[in-house]
Every structure is written in structure tokens, then in C-alpha cells.
Design a binder for this molecule. Structure first.
Ligand code: PMP
Length: 398
């Protein structure tokens, strides 16, 4: 409460805190800062002419429908496109198993509303996507951190006593945000089998799956889970394959779960923008992503390799980092005694920014010697400069 206004926030709102790191990172929008902190895709990958044409087409031909309210489930042709896109020879996805949402971030909020009561047990990877923790935390769950290693989530973790009675497990199998790690096909299989045996629903969040630039695609938890009898709720997004400003994503889940989510979405925003859904459908319906994605993959691959080379050159021995097969992030582990927060303070003074690992951990077991680097929005020359500066600062603290 301040002196002029009188109001009482809900307990739910009062338990939310803004992170100290967010405050520090506010400076990263200054142009002189070389920021590896952002979570933004590269605007060089946005298909601007194609989207412009798609919006034009929709407004010219179907303006009255495009500007009208629509069904909460989403624009039917786009839902059908998603269903077809995710169907495989042995796993078919039906129209009534698809809900269009305003970005997968909205899906995370809606799933929090659907599954979490105050104190409900929720299983998350350690570390995990910070935005999911922010969405779920509004509903005051009790987080249980699942151990991970270089291969991502360790499947046996879901069969341990600490995992019992959880409402769901939130999993990021491809190029995880923040670590860039990927689960192998064998791990995925074991994971879905263990979840099926434990009656543990899986939320599979996969916004980066199409951005694989090394190795071959692994089967989704959705496809493996359906065959193994697990409940899988898969989140997809157009943010990284087209553009995040569209704010469009989707949820694929058993129809009984979709029905409940439709009630929740209706109360939230009625539906995602009709015109955007129609334009995205117009853009993707004839296979545009197949032509477009190789360009984005190539761009990200080059940027990633450039950063890896710079790290190899400038980082001292004793520092370790992941080698992502796709996506936008890699994860650095400093020697045990070092603090990424302290490194960030020094780095900001030298106009370089990154996100320390701590906020990506749901529980007190945070590894404070870790940090995330994003390599997609910074030019090669600035990647080199930024990594050189970080290398110097790490050496000074060794
Ligand atoms: N999940 C993960 C893992 C992400 O990295 C992001 C974007 N940073 C989102 C969900 C949200 O994406 P959007 O709402 O744009 O689909």
C-alpha cells in the first residue's frame, strides 16, 4: 500500500516477488551492452514478406470473419493443421485434441489453473524454464526438483518417493531452456514408461524442437507416451518458427483435458486473435515452414558454433559448457567456488550481460556457479568481444 491509494492485494499476488536479477538485467537494453541474456529469437529469421502477404490475403478475402469473435478452441483449419502436423503413422491426433492459445506461456498459466492447488506437488527439471516457474508459482505449488545430467532429465527420478503424488511433471526434452540439453530416444522411452506406471501426467514443452541443427530429430514424448499409455500434454509454439509477436501456440492433450482447458481459456480471454490465427494458417498451410526453417536453423547453427569456438579460445580450464544440438541457449558451469552473480556484476561494468543460473532452479538446491548464454541475437564480432571479456573476468576470479 502507498500513502495515496488504499488497496489490498490477494495473498496469491503478495507471495510473488520480483527477482534481483531481473533488476540488474534491466540495463541490458542499453545499446552498448553485449547481451547474452535475452531469450529473444533472431529477428533476422522472421518471414516478414510472407506474413505481410498472409495478413493481406486474409483481410482482403475473409475480413469479416477475421475481425469477428471466434470459437475458444481456435480457428478450425489451424487446429486441423496442428493435428495433421503432429500425427505420425502410428499415432493420430484428432481435431478435438488441439486447442490454440496465445503463446505457450499462456498454456503454462492455464495448466497451472487446471492442475495446481495451494501446496500441490509439481515436478520440474533442475534447472528448468524460468517462465514456467513464474506461471506455476502464482498457484503456490510445492516444487520437487528432478535431477538432470548432460542427457537432461533422469527418468528414474520419477519413480522415487519424492515424486509420488505429484499433479504433473514439466519436461523440456529438446534443447532445454536454459541448458540446451536434449533427451535421447532411449531416455524418452524409459521416461514415458515410468510416468505411465506412476500415473503421472507429463507436460511436454517443446518450442525449440524444429530448430535442430545437429543430429536427427528424436520422437516426441507425445508420440511415445501415447503408445506407452502415459498422459501427455504437449505445448507447441509459432514463436520460434515464425515470430513471437504473433503470440500463437497450441496445446495437444486428451480431449477431456482440452475440454476443461477450453473453459479456463474462455474465462481468460475468450479466444486467441482470429485474424492472427487465420494469417498463420494462410502462411503455413502449403508447407512454407519446410522452406523457411532451414534458413533459421542455418543461422542459429552458425551463431552457436561461433560462440562455442570463442569459448574454446577464451575460457580458462575448469569452466564447462553444453554443446546444444539446436535451440538458442547454452549453459556454462564455473568452478564450484565461483559465483555467477558476482561475475555478472563485474561483467555489467564491462558492458556484457548473461543470466545467472539461480532463478532457473525451483528449490534451494540452486547451483550458483552456473549461467545461461543466448547466442542468437548477437553479431559474431560482438560474440567474440563478449566472450573474450567474460574469459578475462573468469580468469581474474579463479
Ligand atoms: N516455453 C519455453 C521453454 C520457452 O523458452 C518459451 C519462450 N521463451 C516459452 C515456453 C513461451 O513461448 P511463447 O509464449 O512465445 O510460445
Amino acid at each position: 500500500m502507498d500513502s495515496q491509494h488504499s488497496y489490498t492485494f490477494s495473498n496469491r499476488a503478495n507471495q510473488l516477488t520480483s527477482s534481483a536479477i531481473r533488476e540488474i538485467l534491466k540495463v541490458t537494453t542499453r545499446p552498448e551492452i553485449i547481451s547474452f541474456a535475452g531469450g529473444l529469437p533472431s529477428a533476422d529469421g522472421f518471414p516478414i514478406p510472407e506474413l505481410r502477404q498472409a495478413f493481406d490475403q486474409v483481410l482482403a478475402n475473409d475480413g469479416r470473419e477475421a475481425l469477428q469473435y471466434g470459437p475458444t478452441e481456435g480457428y478450425t483449419p489451424l487446429r486441423q493443421w496442428v493435428a495433421d502436423d503432429l500425427s505420425t503413422d502410428d499415432v493420430k491426433i484428432n481435431l478435438n485434441e488441439v486447442l490454440i492459445v496465445s503463446g505457450s506461456q499462456q498454456a503454462l498459466d492455464m495448466l497451472g489453473k487446471l492442475f495446481i492447488d495451494n501446496g500441490s506437488k509439481v515436478l520440474v527439471e533442475s534447472p528448468t524454464y524460468l517462465g514456467a516457474l513464474q506461471s506455476f508459482s502464482v498457484f503456490e505449488p510445492e516444487y520437487v526438483a528432478m535431477d538432470t545430467d548432460e542427457g537432461g532429465l533422469i527418468p528414474a527420478e520419477v519413480s522415487t518417493a519424492k515424486a509420488q503424488g505429484a499433479r504433473f511433471i514439466y519436461a523440456l526434452p529438446n534443447f532445454q531452456n536454459p541448458t540446451g540439453r536434449t533427451m535421447s530416444a532411449e531416455r524418452r522411452q524409459e521416461f514415458v514408461e515410468r510416468c505411465a506406471a506412476a500415473n503421472l501426467p507429463i507436460i511436454e514443452d517443446d518450442p525449440y524442437g524444429e530448430l535442430r541443427y545437429i543430429g536427427s530429430p528424436q520422437p516426441s514424448l507425445l508420440s511415445l507416451g501415447r503408445k506407452a499409455g502415459a498422459t501427455v500434454i504437449r505445448l507447441g509454439s509459432f514463436s520460434k518458427v515464425l515470430a513471437p509477436g504473433l503470440r500463437l501456440g497450441y496445446i495437444v492433450a486428451p480431449s477431456a483435458i482440452i475440454d476443461k482447458l477450453v473453459q479456463i481459456k474462455q474465462a481468460t480471454d475468450l479466444h486467441s486473435p482470429t485474424v492472427t490465427q487465420m494469417a498463420v494458417y494462410e502462411a503455413v498451410k502449403n508447407g512454407f515452414l519446410k522452406q523457411h526453417l532451414p534458413t533459421v536453423r542455418e543461422l542459429y547453427k552458425r551463431q552457436c558454433q561461433f560462440m562455442l569456438d570463442a569459448m574454446q579460445h577464451y575460457f580458462p580450464e575448469g569452466v564447462h559448457w553444453t554443446r546444444p544440438e539446436g535451440g538458442m541457449f547454452l549453459w556454462v558451469t564455473l568452478p564450484e567456488h565461483m559465483s555467477a552473480n558476482e561475475l555478472l556484476q563485474k561483467a555489467i561494468e564491462r558492458n556484457v550481460a548473461f543470466v545467472p543460473g539461480e532463478p532457473f532452479y525451483a528449490t534451494a538446491e540452486a547451483k550458483t556457479n552456473t549461467f545461461r548464454l543466448s547466442f542468437v541475437t548477437v553479431s559474431e564480432e560482438r560474440i567474440r568481444q563478449g566472450i573474450e571479456i567474460l574469459g578475462q573476468l573468469i580468469r581474474e576470479q579463479l
